[in-house]
Design a binder for this molecule. Sequence first.
Ligand SMILES: Cc1ncc(COP(=O)(O)O)c(C=O)c1O
Length: 331
Amino acid sequence: MKQIKKISLFNRVTPVEYMESASKYLKGPKIYIKRDDLTDVALGGNKVRKLEYILADAIDKGCDTVITTGGPQSNHARITAGACAKLGLRCVLILSGNKKTVLEGNLLLDKIFGAEVRFADTWNFDKINIMMDELAAHLSKNGHKAYTVPIGGASGYGAMGYAECFSEILTQEKELKVEFSRIVVAHGSGGTQAGLEIGKAENKSKKEILAMSVLFKKEKAEAYVKKEIAEGYEVLGKKAPEKIDIIINDSYLGEGYAIPDERVIETIGLLGRLEGIILDPVYTGKAFGGLIDYIKCGKINKNENILFIHTGGYPGIVNMTEKHKKYFENF
Ligand SMILES: Cc1ncc(COP(=O)(O)O)c(C=O)c1O
């Protein structure tokens, strides 16, 4: 694959671990986990890989300021703030909704990382995108150069991070002498899946990429991934393949984004107890809950090896309500 400029934010390959206890407990396939929650910067998560390419592009274009957006508990905003702090870039976050009076979770971390946090007073991201562009234009009149990053880091450059991750997984398979039939991952803005799909196509791999949507219904989620795949190929300076089969399941979305249901809470408890691994209630808890359901419904053969990508998101634990926390009281 063509080499695209990259800035090194974490300098290693993330581990792939066999989850022996969880696999035995679920009596299904062998489940492995790729620890992209351990990507070092700002408590880690999938956004770090995306930002290695996005911020390289920003620096290449001579920008001194990065502007991005997300919800008040955005992992992407937190990691962008942390990465900008590390690289000496000014970071402005225009978060959706009204100003929060309680500083907690990701919002608190944004502040600790020195980001300038503004609230958009709207949840309409089309409007927020305009606000980001207006701010960038205003800064440029005042001698600065700003780079705007779309929500979730969902851009062609962002996708490069997970195209690279796909190749990393292929190398790890050889080292571990194991072949993964499917890769399971949470789908929010779709950039992680888009990158994996590009990596899969470029490596001519037959692996299934199963994305569990935690934000959009299937149709919209698919449209996002297709757009980001196209943008990724633009960055690569290549024509995208005519057809890429995309698999997205939105059945585990529950009542909606960042609303965890009982399955999510039970899944978090299960992996905590059996593996000492923390999933988050917004992304990975939902996605892994979907994987467990697939196993229980017999949709995955016992002889398969499955790779779940842990995309991080710990600070999202603040999304647990008192009712959810009670579940753990008698655990
Ligand atoms: C912890 C975590 N997992 C998964 C995702 C989904 O990634 P993507 O937006 O690339 O679909 C996100 C995105 O915000 C995230 O923060």
